[in-house]
Design a protein around this ligand. Structure first.
Ligand SMILES: [Zn+2]
Length: 102
């Protein structure tokens, strides 16, 4: 799930696990789990989970094994499909580094 967190007087965006609710601090250790959309243009809901126990519990809630993507790949594709390119990210990186990130 998409959330924000207060840190050092700033409000910063974070991703949290839809199973345990905790912050996903390492996207490489998380998955985007979903039920496949069947019809063309149908939109399906995506759930984020820490790999391992949270992923397993989330699949159980969804009724069994479900398709999933590495969270890093999901985020990359979702940003592309939202009109935000890798080049845009690189241009924004310098400004973000000046402001600071978590
Ligand atoms: Zn979790």
């Amino acid at each position: 799930m998409l959330n924000v967190m207060s840190r050092s007087g700033r409000t910063v965006p974070i991703l949290c696990c839809d199973c345990c609710g905790a912050w996903i601090a390492n996207a490489g250790l998380a998955a985007a789990v979903y039920k496949p959309a069947v019809a063309d243009e149908e939109v399906g809901q995506v759930f984020l989970a820490h790999k391992g126990g949270c992923h397993d519990q989330l699949e159980a809630r969804l009724g069994g094994p479900a398709p999933w993507l590495e969270l890093t790949k999901y985020l990359e594709d979702a940003m592309h499909n939202s009109g935000h390119s890798l080049e845009d990210q690189i241009l924004n990186r310098q400004e973000d580094d000046e402001i600071g990130r978590l």
